[in-house]
Design a protein around this ligand. Structure first.
Ligand code: GAR
Length: 205
């Protein structure tokens, strides 16, 4: 009976959430091992973080695989070849098809930088989420980790953490605080929770 599942982390940019997962290896995350990092962007700094941590990485871009369908087909091939049990979207800025999310049902989780159901769905990603929160004038925002299904940001919620909006916040200062106080904590905790759940399911079989 194995004691760790295989995790793939999908990224597109800076990869601070990937770094939080790397830093949580063997402390918070004891039920899984980060086996693979996949980027859909060749210049993502996240790739350097993976290399520095000694984690295998691959780059799968829409341009190189003839569009979204080709990119997903290659992604499936790699995930199956690496025997991945859990897919973590950590700042992955591409929406996955209904076919893909169905194939990996309850095996894909995503971090979103707001308290879902506020400021989520298509068009709400990265800094745009914080711009929308400031425009609305909310006094509390935060982050959410959820399972990924066919509805963008619509799957079952796993964890949330609230963060206060301060007078004078800019989208950038708010983004940074939400990352530091919420995202970098609840993502590793959620990865552990879901990984432990998958192991438990296996042991009951
Ligand atoms: C994070 O704030 C993440 O929550 C957000 O993009 C940022 C990526 O930063 N994700 C989304 O908006 C997804 N809808 P990172 O590359 O430094 O982890």
């Amino acid at each position: 009976m194995r004691n760790k599942i295989n995790i793939a982390v999908l990224v597109s940019g800076g990869g601070t959430n990937l770094q939080a997962l790397i830093d949580a290896r063997d402390t918070v995350i004891t039920s899984g091992v980060i086996k693979l990092v996949v980027s859909n962007n060749r210049t993502a700094y996240a790739l350097k973080r993976a290399e520095a941590a000694g984690i295998k990485s691959v780059c799968i871009t829409k341009a190189e695989f003839g569009g979204a369908a080709g990119m997903e087909a290659e992604l499936v091939r790699v995930l199956v070849a690496e025997k991945i049990d859990l897919i973590v979207l950590a700042g992955f800025m591409s929406i996955l098809s209904a076919g893909f999310t169905k194939r990996f049902e309850k095996r894909i989780i995503n971090i979103h930088p707001s308290l879902i159901p506020s400021f989520c769905g298509e068009g709400y990603y990265g800094l745009r989420v914080h711009e929308a929160a400031l425009k609305k004038g909310v006094k509390v925002t935060g982050a959410t980790v959820h399972f990924v299904n066919e509805i963008p940001d619509g799957g079952e919620i796993i964890m949330q953490k609230a963060v206060r909006v301060l007078d004078g916040d800019t989208p950038e200062t708010l983004q940074k605080r939400v990352m530091r106080l919420a995202e970098w904590k609840i993502l590793p905790e959620s990865v552990e929770k879901v990984s432990a759940g998958i192991l438990k399911q296996e042991q009951q079989r």
